[in-house]
Design a protein around this ligand. Structure first.
Ligand SMILES: N[C@@H](CCC(=O)N[C@@H](CS)C(=O)NCC(=O)O)C(=O)O
Length: 218
């Protein structure tokens, strides 16, 4: 049985939830309260010494890091297109997995953390990094429907969550129609599940930051 340790509002956790659902795998969810440090207990540190979610156990094996978990699930349960085995396809997927831990994490994900966790506008650095990522995605998506090759891969799944909620970090996707079309293609995959709604407290912070920026712009 697969056990999925998660925090619903996390985009990193959503990568795993989305892929488990796309693969149609049965799993048990353990929702952790990060504010109460439930991810730092001895039990959880034994599963993931980094003290973070997501974590996934499958029988007696345990994995952490959303990218690593996607690789495991793709190779263990998925059709080959999710993680191609040919050197070129594999290298191109890893390139985007690396981007999710770099450009995505320090771009749109960081913008979302600034707004909904800290109640602050994202810095110019974070906004510029997000723009550069969106430009790179647009160039890539000019060549095909998916980030790598002709079929969806775990690169699409890994990049999707924080881009699908870019507006939570006040990152505007309007100038990037290819990215918006790609988001719609991922959302049309059978078994798709969206990022959960913001909690009321997070939604209120988003509204407050949005209103204060609109006032400044007026
Ligand atoms: N590289 C890791 C990052 C995981 C991560 O940053 N998890 C966050 C939630 S999105 C977390 O557990 N934060 C709590 C902490 O670091 O104490 C992954 O992709 O899974």
């Amino acid at each position: 049985m697969i056990t999925f340790y998660t925090y619903a509002q996390s985009g990193n956790c959503h990568k795993v939830r989305l892929f488990l659902n796309l693969l149609g795998l049965p799993y048990e969810t353990r929702e952790l309260n990060l504010a109460q440090g439930e991810h730092k207990t001895e039990e959880m540190l034994a599963l993931n010494p980094f003290g973070q979610v997501p974590v996934l156990s499958d029988g007696d094996k345990t994995f952490s890091d959303s990218q690593a978990i996607l690789v495991y699930l793709a190779r263990r349960y998925g059709a080959e297109h999710w993680l191609p085995l040919d050197p070129e396809g594999l290298a191109k997927v890893v390139r985007w997995l690396a981007a999710t831990a770099g450009e995505v994490q320090f771009g749109p994900a960081a913008a979302r953390v600034a707004v909904i966790f800290r109640g602050e506008a994202p810095s110019d650095e974070v906004r510029n990094r997000s723009t550069r990522l969106l430009q790179a995605m647009s160039r890539t998506l000019a060549l095909g429907e998916w980030l790598v090759g002709d079929e969806p891969t775990i690169a699409d799944i890994a990049v999707f969550p924080y881009l699908s909620v870019a507006h939570h970090g006040l990152i505007d996707l309007t100038p990037f129609p290819r990215v918006r079309d790609w988001l719609a293609r991922v959302a049309a995959l059978p078994g798709f599940v969206p990022m959960p709604e913001l909690t009321p407290a997070f939604a209120e912070r988003l509204a407050t930051v949005h209103a204060s920026l609109s006032l400044k712009a007026a």
